[in-house]
Design a protein around this ligand. Structure first.
Ligand SMILES: [Mg+2]
Ligand SMILES: [Zn+2]
Length: 183
């Protein structure tokens, strides 16, 4: 049966170490638990990366740099037999007020219609309140990871009454929690 549930993955601070506008492949470092977590989830979900890349809009690196770095990540995951269906990136600054920067849901909405995704049974996983908010806005379930910027932002989450379904400090723990309902 074709999978119709998705995991929308933030990238920096969620699957790789957030090194502030990283674009050089030597700076690419998968976070602990990510490979094993994705392997667990892969039985049930299709994976998409959705990432805000304002470093492009700021002129810190180019779209070409972004793709080089991201393709390297995709390749690394592929070596672990993990498939990322597609990556969506927003190159804009917050001030640009574009339609694609999380917490806006343009990318998720597009994926839902293009891939016929059951959004209610899908998840957004991220380390920033805007990831959680994006997932909630789009109508899926959400994980807030205390990796990357997560720890720094937990208070914002509480102050703005943004309530993720799961809060945890490790990707694998999140994955185990998500697949509980399938056991
Ligand atoms: Mg992040
Ligand atoms: Zn954008």
């Amino acid at each position: 049966m074709r999978k119709n549930k998705a995991i929308f993955l933030d990238r920096d601070g969620t699957i790789i170490e957030d090194k502030n506008y990283a674009y050089k492949i030597e700076d690419l470092e998968l976070l602990p638990g990510v490979v094993d977590g994705l392997k667990l989830l892969q039985r049930y979900f299709i994976f998409f990366i959705i990432t805000n890349q304002s470093g492009i809009g700021r002129g810190y690196y180019t779209v070409v740099d972004f793709h080089k770095f991201n393709n390297y990540l995709i390749k690394q995951l592929k070596e672990h037999s993990i498939k990322i269906e597609r990556t969506y990136f927003c190159p804009h600054l917050k001030e640009d007020n574009c339609e694609c920067r999380k917490p806006k849901t343009k990318f998720i909405d597009t994926i839902v219609s293009d891939y016929n995704i059951n959004i209610e049974n899908s998840w957004m996983i991220g380390d920033h309140p805007s990831d959680v908010l994006c997932g909630i806005n789009a109508g899926c379930k959400t994980v807030f990871l205390l990796t990357g910027h997560g720890r720094k932002h937990i208070q914002d989450l509480e102050e703005n009454e943004i309530a993720p379904n799961i809060i945890t400090n490790n990707f694998l723990k999140a994955a185990r929690e998500i697949i509980k309902e399938f056991k």
